[in-house]
Ligand binder design. Structure first.
Ligand code: ADP
Length: 290
């Protein structure tokens, strides 16, 4: 099965073009949708999740017309929105049972089995009786995945899931997603480059509603080989460098700006070659340089 998005466009009443003829083919597995804030990721995710209408375009999930057969989609969809609200003072176990009932698992014995399996799978078994309000960020996100997976969705959409997680929690969450990605189409929307690099075999970069790249992370990085140069400079030199070079990124290392610069020709004057990474691709793409 495949998710096929064709020429999807959306302009909000205030004139912002959030999606500008977006076309993507998304196969089974983990798919990274990478874009800076305001790129249009949430608009795209909400459209795929049948929560809002585009102005134009089409979306098919296998044989299903996503924009018209909304109930069919909802039966096959798991969605973890960015601001997933959890309910006070209900245990994880009771909440999952409630969600399972809403999703149509009316047989109580079956419901119990499904909930137990999901609690174990998402590593929440030990905390199943604790109130959701007491959960850490990582536990909440794993609970979010558990609720999204009830009903065995074919399509799982997760919007900015690792924001606010510490490195340990992020790792546990990655492992869970990677395991799920073997059986379902998982779309991971994020502005965090490592999320995509670590997890996704296919990806797209979107910016200002347009698709700037679609392919594998390797395909994205290869064209930059031999074209990225790095050096450390004094803070006061930064404006001059930004004027003279295509500065992809500048981050402070030991209090000094450390630059990554794009250049097809070798650069002298303190620059050394840098092997390109996905972050270089991302910043170069959104600046329109490759
Ligand atoms: P992302 O999730 O990548 O940050 P969004 O889809 O939330 O991007 O937003 C894309 C653009 O559309 C942004 O410029 C945002 O301000 C604008 N936008 C999003 N929702 C609305 C809305 N309901 N009304 C008007 N503009 C919106």
């Amino acid at each position: 099965m495949e998710l096929r998005i064709e020429n999807l466009s959306k302009t909000y009443p205030n004139g912002v073009k959030a999606l500008d003829s977006v076309s993507l083919d998304i196969p089974l597995g983990m798919y990274g949708l990478l874009g800076p804030n305001g790129a249009g990721k949430t608009t795209l995710m909400r459209t795929l999740a049948t929560l809002q209408e585009p102005d134009a375009g089409s979306v098919r999930l296998g044989e299903i017309d996503v924009l018209r057969q909304k109930d069919e989609v909802r039966r096959r969809l798991g969605y973890l929105p960015q601001d997933f609200g959890v309910y006070p003072r209900i245990s994880a176990q009771d909440m999952l049972a409630h969600i399972a009932l809403l999703k149509g698992i009316t047989n109580s014995r079956e419901r119990k089995e499904v909930v137990e399996a999901m609690l174990r799978r998402c590593n929440l078994w030990d905390v199943r009786k604790k109130a959701l309000t007491s959960f850490s960020g990582g536990m909440r996100q794993r609970f979010g995945i558990a609720q999204a997976l009830i009903g065995n969705p074919h399509l799982l959409i997760v919007d900015e899931p690792t924001a606010g997680l510490d490195p340990g929690e992020r790792n546990r969450f990655y492992n869970l997603l990677a395991e799920i990605g073997e059986q379902v189409i998982v779309i991971l929307s994020t502005h965090i480059v490592e999320d995509v690099l670590d997890l996704c075999s296919r990806m797209a970069i979107i910016h200002l509603g347009k698709v700037l790249f679609e392919g594998s992370p390797d395909d994205a990085i290869t064209p930059l080989k031999g074209r990225v140069w790095q050096r450390s400079i004094a803070k006061s030199e930064l404006p001059a460098y930004e004027e003279s070079y295509q500065v992809i990124s500048s981050r402070l290392v030991g209090g000094r700006p450390f630059l990554h610069v794009l250049s097809a020709r070798p650069l002298n004057g303190g620059f050394t070659p840098s092997s390109p990474d996905l972050e270089d691709v991302f910043f170069a793409k959104i600046r329109g340089w490759n």
